[in-house]
Design a protein around this ligand. Sequence first.
Ligand code: BEZ
Ligand code: FE
Length: 299
Amino acid sequence: MHQDLDQFSVTQAVLEQMANTPDARLKQIMESLVKHAHAFARDVDLKPEEWLAGIAFLTQVGQACTPSRQETILLSDTLGFSALVNILAANRQQAKATDPSLLGPFYRAAAPRKQLGDSIAERPDVEELVFYGQVRDGAGRGVPQAEVTVWQTDAHGFYDMQLHGEDKMDHRAMFTTDADGHFHFRTVRPLGYYIPMDGPVGGMIKAQQRHGCRPAHIHFLISAEGHQELVTSLYFSDDQYIGSDVVFGVSRSLIIAPQADPNAPIPGLEAIHYDFTLAPSGGNGAGRVGADPSQLMKA
Ligand code: BEZ
Ligand code: FE
């Protein structure tokens, strides 16, 4: 039967059509999405030309995605949505673990494997730092044979693929922790940088008069048998953007500062010491907020 729909009953009509969705979680997500999206349109009294501008923007976001670029994740990141999903995942975890942070678009699955103590920079052109730490379980015991993937910009604020395309990897590596869960490597201090600003998300950032920068950081992806994967980053305390990261990835517990350290495994270099705690696997899987863009295209 034909109904005359008004600005409220249209929401109900959509919910009724979706009511037989057999997948209970899909039903819950879609019902809530429709309710909130309709409430948003009513809240701002959305005009047809504004709706069309939004459609054009989302189309451009999709079209900007390639095997090496994920503009949709960048949109999620810059709207704080990725950070929110990370926070919700961490809240769900029973056991305490190191705070997560964004995977970001510069992660690549197969970083070069290196030995403990190696430099992740092929040709360091500034004084190096030594990074050392232990991967621990919730009881504080070292986790042997944990896989630690590290990636960062060079000393000038560029990721390898921004300088050399997809073929050459630099300032990234995979390490395996020793029998006590310890690992260390040499690196250069990374610099903060602009997120990719030449696409539709960059256009949005400029329209909002945001600076578009991330504070200097080192990314970590740590996995070990029997534990939940940890995706996080450590942020340099003295970066001017430490309090205004454009993608909201910084938490207090992830802030570091290199310093002289007599206990560091390589003497004579400034050191960063940070120990990571992994949650046990099982239960509410944390999952990754982000993906290697090429893997996402295949999926
Ligand atoms: C990154 O840290 O690599 C990153 C994260 C989110 C958006 C852009 C860059
Ligand atoms: Fe980064």
